[in-house]
Structure formats: structure tokens, C-alpha cells
Write a protein that binds this ligand. Structure first.
Ligand SMILES: *[C@@H]1O[C@H](CO)[C@@H](O)[C@H](O)[C@H]1NC(C)=O
Ligand SMILES: *[C@@H]1O[C@H](CO)[C@@H](O)[C@H](O)[C@H]1NC(C)=O
Length: 402
């Protein structure tokens, strides 16, 4: 509570400067940019270390981003394609963290599936944008909404064209769940392109999470100042987070954290990108984090809140509309943990209740699993991944050989 009081003081003392911010034109959505040497084919290197070949492909989105997608293609692929997509602050390398025997990507490949690992526009493995500089503010003007409606839609269409199939299986961890739900509700025709959708710890209703108090506390102040105050370089949130490191880590940092898990010990070398704790917020846009903060604070799975007049202009209403989960008719399986403090099990069960009952809905609660266990805990292999594989197999149509 002392911290909250201090935070209030900092916020209020920032008020007199608000007018200075108003005149600024530039808006930044990135928090901290990565200026270190970035390995753009990290996933290929890790796959190779583990003894698997892959193709690195480029997929262009309708709005000009050049996404990197890896394909592990079996010799005979009669079972169809599975697309795996990563969470916030991650890249497709997350699917290799558990190593050759245990990783879901390898299990699917060994089972005979055509495995695709995609990277969002936020991923360090992605090749930027055809016009926008990766370091520009406009590049980072996106949240999970665009990752779903622009990135995932482009990747899905690319895979269906490349494989000549009508459907694919989708597996998404964390933010990928929000993104695909945004896609399936905004562009419902994509429901027919999904043979099955497996969501690991999907964030949609997040008000039960451990950090909802701080997300709500910021809420009244959001309305006090123009948008630019919060989303300018050196703006209030950045300053506050510099002062209240732990609180910001709680709210934003633990959304996901690559940490230095199994991977670091398993294969040391320049290929590794170990990350140091929570404040290493790179490969993320502030808008991604703010969208989640809004969802946590409002308890609604809703579109980005731009403020009253911008909302009226953009959505013809204020507050912004909820994502229409009623339109999500794909076959969905929800995998969630009872020790997940970021995506609390009650939020996932709420999501299950809001999805329409037109398709079979599976939900499986994993005892003792926290948010990161879904890709880092070796126990995921015989529990979560076994169930994912079973569910995918159940919805697989074996193609007849021509
Ligand atoms: C990764 O990229 C580097 C530099 O372009 C290249 O030398 C290397 O062979 C690539 N590794 C893999 C496994 O594709
Ligand atoms: C990460 O590595 C550092 C030092 O190498 C260690 O002190 C720390 O406990 C590790 N963190 C995790 C989460 O493994």
C-alpha cells in the first residue's frame, strides 16, 4: 500500500507536465529497442542442433510486414499441417526449449505432421517491414489484435496455399491464444480453415490474475491525459516503471519471460539469447502491454481502447466493442494450469462459457502448472503435449495418396 501511495504521488506530480507532452507529435509504441546483435535464424540453428532440418520462409502480411516462418516438412505428409505460434516477447524458438525428446514441435513432426513455426511482427526473427524501419514508432503500432488479424491470417493462407489443403491445426501459447481469438471473431471465415485449435494458457479474461490491482489502479489516470502522455518516449509509464521496477515486472514482465531455463544449460553458445529478468522488455510494443492492461482492468476481452473520441471515430462507440466470441465456431481445446497467476484458471473457464456451443469444446486443467510450465516444464510432454497430440489426431483427415 505504501507503494501504491507513492505511485499515486508520482502520477499526480507528473500532471503539470501534461501540456508539454501534448505538443509532441511523435508516438512510440516500443518500449526498449534491442540494439544487440540479433540472430534472425535462431530457430533454424536450434533445430539444426537438435538434428532437424527446416526451411526458413518469408510471409508478407497485407500491411507489409515480412514474417519469418519455419517449416519442418516430413517426406510423406498425408496428415496435414500444424501451425505453432509463440507468446509475447518470444519467437518460434520457444518450441524447442524442451529439447529433442520432449518438444511438441518434434513430437508432431515424428508423428508425421507437416510442422510450421511462425513468428509475429514482434519477433526478433522477423525480417522487418517492406517500408517501415524496424526502429520506427510506426513499426511498433500493434497489439495482439494485429498479430491475429494480419500476421496469423497471412501465415494461415500461405500454409494452405503451400500444402493445397483446406484446413490446418493451430497450436498457440499465451498471447497466440488472444491473437487467434481476435482473428476468429473479427474474420469468422477463418473458422473454416481450422481443423482444430489448441490453446495453451490463453489470455482473454484476465481480471482474476494476481496483478489486476495494479492494472486497475492505473485506469483512472489513463483518462486524465491525452494518449500521447502515455505513449511517448520518456512518458509517464516508462518513468514510473523505472522507479517501481518490481511492480512493473509484476504487471508486464511476467506476462512472459524467457528467463534462462533449460535451453541455456543445454546448448551454450552465441546462438542463445538469455534474457535477464523482467525489465528486459525488448521485442514488445507498449501497445501490446497496454492492451493487456486494459483487458485486465476492464475484465472484458475487448478491442483496444483509444480514448473517447478516437473510439467513436474508429469503432462508432465508446467503450470499445468486445471481441465477438459468439462467432468463434472452430473446434477449440483449452489447456490451462491451476497455478498460473497470469492467466488464472477462472478466466479460462469464463472463456469456455462464452464460446458458442456449436463445436465440441475441450478443457483440461493441469494441476501444479504455472504460466511458463506449458513450454518449459519437462512434464508438459506426457501431460499437455500428449493431450494436444491426441486432440489433433482425432481431428485429422488422412489424405489419400494420389
Ligand atoms: C543462420 O544464418 C547465418 C547468417 O546468415 C548463416 O551463416 C547460418 O548458416 C544460418 N544457420 C542455419 C541453421 O540456417
Ligand atoms: C538465471 O541465471 C542466473 C545466473 O546464471 C541465476 O542466478 C538465476 O537463478 C537463473 N534464473 C533462473 C530463473 O533460472
Amino acid at each position: 500500500m505504501i507503494v501504491s501511495a507513492l505511485l499515486l504521488i508520482v502520477l499526480l506530480s507528473g500532471a503539470p507536465h501534461a501540456s508539454a507532452y501534448q505538443v509532441r507529435k511523435e508516438i512510440t509504441f516500443n518500449w526498449i529497442r534491442d540494439s544487440r546483435n540479433v540472430v534472425r535464424n535462431q530457430t533454424a540453428i536450434l533445430l539444426q542442433n537438435d538434428g532437424y532440418a527446416s526451411d526458413r520462409l518469408k510471409v508478407r502480411t497485407a500491411d507489409g510486414y515480412l514474417l519469418t516462418v519455419y517449416r519442418m516438412q516430413p517426406k510423406k505428409s498425408r496428415l496435414g499441417a500444424v501451425l505453432l505460434h509463440h507468446g509475447i516477447r518470444q519467437s518460434s524458438d520457444m518450441w524447442t526449449v524442451l529439447g529433442p525428446k520432449r518438444s511438441l514441435a518434434y513430437q508432431l513432426y515424428e508423428a508425421g505432421y507437416d510442422v510450421w513455426l511462425s513468428n509475429s511482427r514482434a519477433s526478433p526473427e522477423t525480417d522487418g517491414h517492406e517500408r517501415l524501419d524496424r526502429d520506427s514508432d510506426h513499426y511498433w503500432d500493434f497489439s495482439f489484435h494485429e498479430i491475429g488479424t494480419e500476421d496469423l491470417s497471412a501465415v494461415i493462407d500461405h500454409i494452405l496455399a503451400a500444402t493445397g489443403r483446406k484446413t490446418l491445426h493451430f497450436v498457440g501459447y499465451s498471447e497466440a491464444g488472444s491473437a487467434v481469438l481476435a482473428l476468429l471473431s473479427e474474420l469468422p471465415e477463418y473458422n473454416r480453415k481450422m481443423a482444430s485449435v489448441e490453446l495453451l494458457a490463453p489470455p482473454a479474461f484476465m481480471q482474476y490474475g494476481q496483478f489486476s490491482w495494479i492494472a486497475r489502479m492505473v485506469e483512472p489516470f489513463r483518462k486524465l491525459f491525452p494518449w500521447s502522455v502515455y505513449y511517448t518516449r520518456d512518458a509517464l509509464p516508462t518513468q514510473i516503471c523505472t522507479l517501481f521496477r518490481n511492480e512493473c515486472c509484476s504487471l508486464f514482465g511476467q506476462m512472459n519471460d524467457n528467463g534462462n531455463g533449460t535451453r541455456t544449460q543445454r546448448s551454450p553458445g552465441p546462438a542463445n539469447r538469455p534474457r535477464d529478468g523482467c525489465f528486459d522488455l525488448e521485442d514488445v510494443s507498449l501497445k501490446q502491454l497496454e492492451h493487456y492492461r486494459q483487458i485486465i482492468a476492464s475484465g472484458r476481452f475487448q478491442q483496444f481502447n483509444y480514448g473517447y473520441s478516437a473510439n467513436l471515430h474508429r469503432y462508432k462507440r465508446d467503450p470499445p466493442p468486445d471481441y465477438c466470441l459468439w462467432d468463434v465456431t472452430a473446434r477449440i481445446s483449452l489447456h490451462y494450469g491451476n497455478k498460473d497467476k497470469t492467466v488464472d484458471w477462472r478466466g479460462v473457464e469464463m472463456l469456455a462459457r462464452k464460446l458458442p456451443k456449436v463445436a465440441e469444446l475441450q478443457k483440461t486443467l493441469y494441476k501444479g502448472f504455472n504460466h511458463r510450465d506449458f513450454y518449459r516444464n519437462p512434464r508438459a510432454q506426457e501431460t499437455v503435449y500428449a493431450n494436444v497430440l491426441k486432440s489433433i489426431k482425432r481431428h485429422t483427415v488422412v489424405a489419400t495418396l494420389q
